[in-house]
Write a protein that binds this ligand. Structure first.
Ligand code: PLP
Length: 480
């Protein structure tokens, strides 16, 4: 046995202390990320006291509005975990069926397509390909589209988009921080302003419709800071592409299955896409499930006849993942969580709008759709800012806001493609009173920080000094 080998049961029984957890996580994992989170006091590890609240090692309990839209039932939902316990005891179907049939995969495929067809009847005979993350679902979508239009060279995405960080999805995520060091990216990725139909039309005309494989679009941009497109944009995009023979990929990884208050946000906004990607909530906050749903004729272009092995993976469609997905979808349907998300989300957004009116020097804007909401902060230095300094100040503003929200006992998300925005994405089944309490606490946070400069003032000088040297240091040159 290797010296220091950590046994699974020891971890299960709490044998790894919080301090030791951080130490090992930093030593053998993404050290700098964890160090930054530690400086902000938000590194955890956290344990759930109920599905919606997390506790740190000091015993402070916070409402969890983080989870990056991937925890529709919060942590360890009792109905979901009870089902998985039964699955573990009773299931005898193969764990990783890959090249054989599987009842779990069969059932989830059928349910997903029927659910989609209930909103978009043209998808009645669509087919599903499963994988293990959002970015992989996007990679699948890009390959399906390209196989259906092999002579076309360009794929269009939008400014502020986030589609993931593997090469194909990264190429369509126009964000210099994530892309620049990796150039050259996958060729043929072009970008267009989000929400601007005229610009899209002009771009397609310039490239030539026959040379465009697909347009990939988030029906509401999540990581971009909860950007809802202008009315008619998605419907217009759909008819523009249909008339030009261009495929439409709706990336519903963040918006889909209820987060924005609809089963499929694209359908709700009048778009009937050819390909739809899903992931986050399908895994019930417990495991990784990604899905690419594709019209049959397009599906067959990539996976037809002997070429049906052209795209594959080992874990997609695995029994445990499919069982979690099947049960999660059932729970979303049984409780009609999209409707709940629309109702609670509207009430939450109204409170945020009032707050923005009261604290305009802290909150520049608030936005939301369903239970996906964004607080956009004024930069904490009230002087004109440019270039890299501007980016740094924007980012620092949202980091310190995250820290202050944490102090107010709210756990929130950063936005990966919008530097001064913090998002709230609580569980869709969060009880009404706790959901109300979440906004009480956001109000307390705002009252303590009426101007964004207060975020700076409330950060202990030692923390600020360490954060500044962390931001300025090169990897490995940091002194702890
Ligand atoms: C719209 C969208 N697409 C793709 C992804 C990537 O998903 P994952 O992080 O599972 O790879 C995300 C993640 O935030 C997303 O919001």
């Amino acid at each position: 046995m290797t010296t220091g080998f950590i046994r699974a049961r020891d971890v299960l029984e709490g044998g790894l202390s919080p301090a030791r957890t951080r130490e090992l996580d930093r030593a053998y994992g993404n050290e700098d990320l964890l160090y930054g989170l530690e400086l902000l006091g938000v590194a955890g590890p956290f344990r759930s006291v109920n599905p919606w609240e997390l506790q740190d090692e000091q015993g402070v309990t916070r409402i969890n509005a983080s989870g990056y839209a991937a925890t529709p039932f919060g942590e360890m939902d009792p109905e979901l975990t009870a089902f998985i316990r039964d699955f573990m005891e009773q299931n005898r179907a193969m764990g990783l069926p890959q090249q054989s049939s599987s009842p779990w995969r069969a059932a989830l495929q059928a349910n997903l397509v029927r659910l989609l067809a209930s909103q978009l009847p043209s998808h009645l005979d669509s087919q599903v390909f499963f994988c293990s993350s959002g970015t992989e679902a996007v990679e699948g979508a890009l390959k399906f589209a390209k196989a259906a239009r092999p002579d076309a060279k360009f794929t269009i995405s939008f400014s502020g988009a986030y589609h993931g960080k593997t090469y194909g999805s990264l190429s369509l995520t126009p964000n210099a921080e994530y892309q620049d060091i990796f150039r050259p990216l996958v060729p043929g990725a072009v970008h267009c302003p989000y929400g601007d139909l005229d610009a899209l039309e002009a771009l397609i005309r310039r490239i030539g419709p026959d040379n465009v494989v697909a347009v990939i679009v988030e029906p509401v941009q999540g990581e971009g800071g909860v950007i809802v497109p202008p009315p008619g944009f998605l419907a217009g995009l759909g008819s523009l592409c249909r008339h030009s023979g261009i495929l439409v990929i709706a990336d519903e990884i963040q918006t889909g299955l209820g987060r924005t208050g609809n089963w499929f946000e694209s359908a709700a906004q009048g778009l009937d896409p050819d390909i739809i990607t899903l992931a986050k909530p399908l895994g019930g906050g417990l495991t990784a499930v990604g899905a690419t749903i594709v019209r049959q004729d397009i599906y067959k272009k990539m996976l037809g006849g002997l070429s049906s092995k052209r795209h594959s993976n080992t874990f997609g469609g695995g029994a445990l993942a499919m069982a979690v997905g099947l049960k999660s979808l059932e729970m979303l349907i049984d409780a009609d969580l999209p409707a709940r998300s629309a109702r609670l989300g509207a009430a939450g957004l109204a409170r945020l709008q009032q707050l923005q009116g009261r604290y305009p020097d802290l909150l520049e804007q608030v936005r939301g759709k369903g239970m996906l909401q964004a607080l956009q902060f004024r930069p904490m230095l009230g002087v004109p800012l440019f270039g890299g300094v501007r980016d740094l100040v924007f980012e620092a503003t949202s980091l310190l806001a995250l820290r202050e929200l944490h102090e107010a006992r709210v756990m929130a998300n950063l936005s990966l493609s919008s530097k001064r925005t913090v998002r709230l994405s609580p569980a869709l089944n969060m009880p009404d009173d706790l959901y109300g309490e979440l906004f009480e606490r956001v109000e307390q946070f705002a009252a303590r920080n009426p101007r964004s400069g207060d975020l700076l003032r409330h950060t202990p000088p030692a923390t600020l000094a360490r954060l500044t040297s962390f931001a300025a240091s090169k990897p490995k040159s940091r002194v702890r």
